[in-house]
Design a protein around this ligand. Structure first.
Ligand code: 5RP
Length: 229
């Protein structure tokens, strides 16, 4: 009997499958994370030539450039057909929690440029209700204590994310991340709207307004395609 595929192998599988959505000579929005890294590697090895990519983080920019893919500034691109990114959780409507890699703000900005969002994830990310994964929120540091209190009133336990040195993690945008545990997100659109309106919130990691159009889910029996439009 074959040993079960590792999470890493499942990510590699969906990264490879995502190549079918890449049209040569177009501009692609590219997310952030270990699954996307595998996608960038697969794209580089595929020989598919892009006009360029719009990147969602400094880490992705570096990886794209190392792969010989031109990175175009987001403010010089009017529209994209596809944005390709991973997720920390995805529900049955294609709504997602994102931001485990602290790149949620630029991810949402690039996703907003795109007509369609292709989510690539291993099967462990598929959930019935969002919220087991701590919800990341990018915040302006002076607002974090108040935002933590606001989440407590909603029943969530929030804390500022620390870097390996024990200091608040600083995002590519110079801000902090608050991670919220204990929320059962049954109405993702409403919660995205509510938290987005709080003073000092830069971006909440609920992607309901920018939910996935298609999700390629890596499972032991192969890649499953979920369509949400
Ligand atoms: O939102 C993200 C980064 O901010 C990532 O898409 C998310 O954390 C999934 O990452 P991975 O592909 O490493 O599992």
């Amino acid at each position: 009997m074959q040993p079960p595929l590792s999470q890493d192998a499942l990510k590699a599988q969906v990264a490879q499958a995502a190549l079918a959505y890449v049209r040569p000579d177009t501009i692609l929005g590219v997310g952030t994370g270990s699954t996307v890294n595998k996608f960038i590697d697969a794209l580089a090895a595929s020989g598919i030539r892009l006009r360029g990519a719009v990147s969602s983080s400094d880490a992705t920019t570096a990886r794209l450039q190392a792969a010989g893919i031109a990175v175009l500034p987001a403010d010089q691109v009017q529209a994209l057909e596809w944005y390709i990114d991973g997720a920390d959780e995805i529900d049955g409507q294609g709504c997602m929690i994102k931001g485990g890699g602290a790149a949620l703000t630029r991810e949402k900005i690039v996703a907003d440029l795109a007509a369609k969002f292709l989510c690539i994830a291993d099967a462990s990310k598929r959930v019935q209700v969002l919220g087991t994964f701590p919800l990341p929120v990018e915040v302006i540091p002076m607002a974090s204590a108040n935002i933590i209190r606001r989440f407590a009133r909603l029943g969530g336990q929030a804390s500022v994310r620390l870097n390996p040195q024990g200091h608040p993690l600083v995002t590519d945008n110079g801000q902090h991340i608050v991670d919220v545990r204990g929320l059962r997100i049954t109405a993702p659109l409403a919660l995205e709207d509510e938290v987005s309106a709080w003073p000092g919130v830069v971006t909440v990691g609920i992607f309901a307004h920018h939910r996935a159009s298609v999700c390629l889910l890596g499972a032991p029996h192969g890649v499953q395609t979920l369509r949400f439009d």
